[in-house]
Design a protein around this ligand. Structure first.
Ligand SMILES: Nc1nc2c(c(=O)[nH]1)N[C@H]1C(S)=C(S)[C@@H](COP(=O)(O)O)O[C@H]1N2
Ligand SMILES: [Mo]
Length: 178
């Protein structure tokens, strides 16, 4: 006799389908506090937005300096299309937003919206479609952060981007407190 009790009530037991999509058409999600979340392939990034070029050198703690060229759209223009849930006319509202970018191996890093925003850092951060002349359709898009000195945020094989604000623990304002 099984020691597991039988399921009570209706249980939808559906095996998770294996990821059968051909590697080149695999999509990553742009999700979070957005009006129009997106699911995009590298081909979508290439076809739907203007492509920029970046010639970069970044330093890696383990491998030393690396030089690469990239093509791809501005992260700002792609995320703009997803409609971040801020009041676009208010800089202070925009300045509360973060982006968390995750790679296939789980490596992830955060950016602030203000880094990309033309009224703040105006950094030309890209979602690469091409690296060193080779399409990234099979591997997945790579984050390109030309303003970074080191490579840690050049996240490869992107599987998701989350956009939103984080809840900051409330400050208790106590006059006279140290
Ligand atoms: N998905 C993913 N992207 C990543 C990393 C990683 O561990 N996972 N390492 C970063 C680091 S530390 C560097 S220096 C650059 C270049 O790393 P590579 O030489 O392993 O390509 O990729 C970055 N992108
Ligand atoms: Mo690195």
């Amino acid at each position: 006799m099984s020691r597991l009790s039988p399921p009570t009530g209706p249980v939808a037991v559906r095996p998770t389908p294996p990821d059968t999509a051909p590697a080149g058409s695999r999509r990553f999600a742009i999700r979070g506090q957005l009006r129009r979340p997106l699911a995009l392939s590298v081909a979508d990034l290439r076809e739907r937005w203007a492509q920029r070029h970046a010639d970069v050198v970044f330093d890696c703690a383990t491998n030393g300096p690396q030089h690469h060229t990239f093509e791809g759209p501005l992260l700002r223009e792609v995320v703009d299309e997803a409609g971040p849930a801020f009041d676009a006319r208010r800089r202070k509202d925009r300045s509360r937003f973060l982006l968390a970018v995750t790679g296939k191996d789980g490596h992830h890093a955060v950016l602030s919206w203000a880094e990309l925003d033309a009224d703040f850092g105006n950094s030309p951060i890209l979602l690469a479609t091409v690296m060193d002349g080779r399409g990234l359709d099979e591997v997945g898009s790579q984050l390109v952060v030309p303003s970074d000195r080191c490579g840690a945020r050049y996240i490869s094989a992107i599987t998701g981007i989350w956009v939103g604000t984080c809840a900051v623990p409330e400050e208790r304002f106590a006059p006279g407190a140290p």
